[in-house]
Structure formats: structure tokens, C-alpha cells
Design a protein around this ligand. Structure first.
Ligand SMILES: Cc1cc2nc3c(=O)[nH]c(=O)nc-3n(C[C@H](O)[C@H](O)[C@H](O)COP(=O)(O)O)c2cc1C
Length: 172
């Protein structure tokens, strides 16, 4: 199994970092983990060049998206910032346009495990998180097989016990 993991939080050793590493450790296969904030990741230009060929941007995203196309499983993670995913996570999602717009490319069938972290202990962001299954992942033909939400997670490593347990008990 080929696995690509994306850490969408800028906090090194933060909650996404801890949870994603815990999950990746548990998975068997060829694994690559990317800490988005350390990479050269730029927003989509909306130039539509990808409809006829490669993305015109030459940053780290092209390689990562190609690896996700080739992968069986994407581990996608982000902290919740103002009720949404981080800018780092959103920027790479917008660049999935290079696949969505190009008939020769596809993410169809790739499984996704999502991990979200939030300080809020409640479920008010659940509808937003649920919508990620449809857009972007469902739209791209990807299948979200599991969503893990660390609620009440503030400082690094605090409030993630239940999410860690969920990962430990996860059967893949
Ligand atoms: C800019 C910013 C915005 C945030 N907005 C929210 C929010 O809307 N709701 C919430 O519950 N937590 C919010 N938080 C808290 C983080 O989601 C929370 O601390 C999370 O566990 C961080 O995960 P990380 O350690 O992987 O970065 C915000 C934090 C930052 C820095």
C-alpha cells in the first residue's frame, strides 16, 4: 500500500503532527509524510493551463500531487482555524485542480483518512468537516473511509487522548 500523509498545521510537534505520525507509524506500506508549512506551496493561478498539460507552477506541490495520484491512501490533516481548514491545507487542495481539470489525470478511488484538531470541545464544526467528504474529496472521486476529530485540543499534545486511542484501535 502506498500512503501519502499531509500535515496541514504549521506547529511542529503539534496535535496534527502527533496524530498523523501515530497513524502513519501504525500503517504498513510505502509511506511519505509532508509537513506542508515547511514546503514551497503556492496558490492556484486559475490560468487553466492544467486543462491541456502540466501546472505552470514549479513548486513542491506538483510532486506531492503526483505522489497522491499514485497512492492508495491519503492521510489528510488540518487544525480548524476560524471554523475551517488551515491556509496550508486549503492551498494544496486548490492545487488538486491540476488533476480535476486534466482528463488524463485522476485521483479516483484513492482512500482518505482525515484528521482534524480543534480547541472547541463541541461539535459545531462537524457539518463543515462532514462536508469535506463531498467537497473536495468526493468530487475528486476519493473516498473518505475515516474521520478523526480531536476536540478540545489546544496546546501541543493536550486534549488529543481520545483521538490517539481511536487511531490505536483503528482497523485498516
Ligand atoms: C489562527 C487560529 C485559528 C483558530 N481557530 C479555531 C477555531 O475556529 N475553532 C477552534 O476550535 N480552534 C481554533 N484554533 C485552535 C486550533 O484549532 C487548535 O489549537 C488545534 O488543536 C491546533 O492543532 P495543531 O496543534 O495541529 O496546530 C485556532 C488556532 C489558530 C492558531
Amino acid at each position: 500500500m502506498k500512503i501519502v500523509a499531509l500535515i496541514g498545521s504549521p506547529r511542529v510537534e503539534g496535535n496534527c503532527d502527533i496524530l498523523v505520525n501515530k497513524l502513519v507509524e501504525k500503517l504498513d506500506g510505502e509511506k511519505e509524510c509532508f509537513f506542508l508549512n515547511k514546503l514551497d506551496i503556492n496558490p492556484c493561478n486559475a490560468c487553466q493551463a492544467c486543462q491541456k498539460g502540466d501546472c505552470v507552477k514549479h513548486d513542491d506541490v506538483n510532486d506531492i500531487v503526483a505522489k497522491i495520484e499514485d497512492a492508495d491512501l491519503l492521510v489528510f490533516s488540518s487544525p480548524i482555524y476560524f471554523g475551517q481548514i488551515s491556509a496550508q491545507a486549503k492551498t494544496i487542495i486548490d492545487r488538486f485542480y491540476m488533476v480535476a481539470q486534466n482528463p488524463e489525470r485522476s485521483l479516483e478511488g484513492t482512500k482518505v483518512i482525515q484528521i482534524y484538531t480543534q480547541a472547541n470541545p463541541g461539535d459545531s464544526f462537524d457539518p463543515y468537516i462532514e462536508s469535506m467528504k463531498m467537497m473536495p474529496f468526493g468530487y475528486l472521486g476519493m473516498e473518505v473511509t475515516k474521520t478523526i476529530i480531536a476536540r478540545g485540543a489546544g496546546p501541543k499534545g493536550e486534549g488529543i487522548e481520545e483521538a490517539l486511542k481511536e487511531i490505536e484501535e483503528l482497523e485498516i
